[in-house]
Design a protein around this ligand. Structure first.
Ligand code: CA
Ligand code: CA
Length: 462
């Protein structure tokens, strides 16, 4: 367990003149002269001193770039052979889909399928899967141009059983209200228009068999600002007003459940010019069938809430943006203890606009990397980090606070290498995005705070 990493290649390098240093995109490697026909090898006794058995746990990291893979029956990129006799103890083959033979002599040997990205071990009869990669994003294809009534600050994609897939758009213009779209004939079509005031975002949630949508908005009613909860009316097949709650420049709603209780929390951004105000957690009362104030938490220009669970613990994280003086303030993670949320940890992310968290168990590992990445990238105060996950970790970095996001970069968490950029989409004031799947495939929708045009992309996987 106290073994240090070893550079096996350095032990087996051919003499100078037969090897050349080459650069290929972001990585550097060694190119062997074609004259080096014999395999590179060295006695294992050089590294296994005072050690008579192969270690029970070990990792081999090999990066090989081969222009064309020839289908050779008995070629290994790495092997351990018995000294003197050359009999094979351990070997790793690489091919593109071509399945090497697996019978008694190959028992215990490894095969990496470069095409399907899978690692297999021969059990003496057949290849058994050790690792198989999930589908990976190949490219993104323009699919639908969706013109909304006004600029769209947020999209929420959800499905209604026996009805299908829907998307709620939070539209900027109060006169034209916001649109609910339904996936019809393989694209989003306007389904219902809902009158909204300064709609900022939508959240879908269910309680028992009831389907709700809540909008973060500023309806001015009876001398107060209010956000509205709508319920899906089965017979009328429409969303109808259900309950209003007093909010203050509401930016975001999060819905969650703890021990069979349903909750909502609102991000109250400011009251007049005061940003240091309470954001409110509401609890569903099953008797009155209404949400009631459960707890208030002091926030500073709150912009986003996310709920997540790690093991038996429930957390809420708020993105604070501004305390009236500065945008360099901390965001807070709260933990559910003895029936209420209590401060768990403060995290320094300057102007944190939002969080995306999933899967939550890995979230904990992710935290230190955010600030690290900010430092590495030399980002300024107007930077925003938005974490999300798609089959691995991704971070979304957004720029240009308050006005629009100029570009979206996805960073995938790759453990050893940290966050690496995997895709960037050219966007025009992208404000929000969601992904969803239908019978027609996997899609990504993003909305623009600058234009009426929202776009749907189709994700091609390999
Ligand atoms: Ca959204
Ligand atoms: Ca949220």
């Amino acid at each position: 367990s106290d073994l240090l990493p070893l550079d096996l290649l350095s032990k087996a390098l051919p003499p100078p003149g037969h090897v050349r240093m080459v650069q290929s995109k972001g990585s550097r490697g060694l190119r062997l002269a074609s004259a080096v026909a014999a395999p590179l090898n060295f006695p294992a006794s050089q590294i296994f001193t005072n050690c008579y058995y192969f270690p029970s746990e070990f990792s081999l990291v090999a990066t090989v770039k081969i222009q064309t893979l020839r289908q050779k029956t008995n070629e290994y990129i790495f092997s351990v052979v018995r000294e003197g006799s050359d009999s094979l103890l351990l070997g790793l083959r690489v091919s593109k889909n071509h399945r090497p033979p697996c019978s008694r002599p190959e028992q215990g040997q490894l095969w990496f399928n470069a095409q399907g990205k899978g690692l297999f071990i021969c059990d003496g009869l057949t290849w058994r899967t050790l690792l198989q990669s999930k589908q990976r994003l190949d490219y993104v294809e323009d699919y639908q141009d969706l013109y909304t009534r006004s600029e769209t600050l947020d999209v929420e994609v959800f499905s209604i059983p026996s009805e299908g897939l829907f998307m709620a758009a939070a539209n900027k213009d109060s006169r034209s209200g916001s649109g609910i779209y339904r996936w019809t004939n393989a694209s989003f079509q306007l389904y219902q228009n809902i009158s909204t005031q300064e709609a900022r975002s939508w959240k879908h949630f269910t309680i028992d068999d009831k389907i709700f949508l809540v909008v973060a908005a500023n309806f001015r009613e009876a001398g107060s600002e209010r956000s509205v909860i709508y319920q899906w009316h089965r017979r009328r097949r429409r969303f109808v007003r259900y309950q209003t709650l007093e909010t203050h420049t509401a930016q975001d709603w999060e819905a969650f459940r703890i021990h069979n209780h349903s909750f909502l929390v609102v991000a109250n951004h400011r009251r007049d010019s005061n940003h240091n105000i309470h954001s409110v957690i509401y609890r569903w009362n099953p008797d009155t069938k209404l949400f009631e104030v459960n707890q208030t938490l002091l926030t500073s220009g709150a912009y986003d809430w996310e709920f997540f669970t790690v093991g038996p613990y429930h957390f809420l994280v708020v993105a604070n943006t501004f305390d009236g003086r500065t945008t360099i303030i901390s965001s807070t993670i709260y933990v559910w203890l003895d029936g209420s949320f209590q401060t768990f940890q403060s995290i320094q992310v300057s102007v944190c606009l939002s969080f995306r968290v999933s899967p939550p168990s890995a979230f904990v590992n992710l935290l230190p990397s955010w600030s690290e990445m900010l430092h590495q990238r030399g980002r300024n105060q107007s930077s925003v980090i938005n974490a999300c996950v798609r089959g691995g970790f991704q971070l979304r970095a957004e720029e240009d606070f308050y006005s629009q996001v100029t570009s979206v970069c996805d960073f995938r968490w790759q453990g050893y290498e940290g966050f690496v950029p995997v895709h960037s989409l050219p966007t025009f004031g992208c404000r929000d995005w969601e992904d969803f799947s239908t019978d027609e495939g996997s899609f990504l929708i993003y909305s623009s705070a600058k234009s009426r045009l929202s776009k749907v992309f189709k994700l091609r996987n390999y």
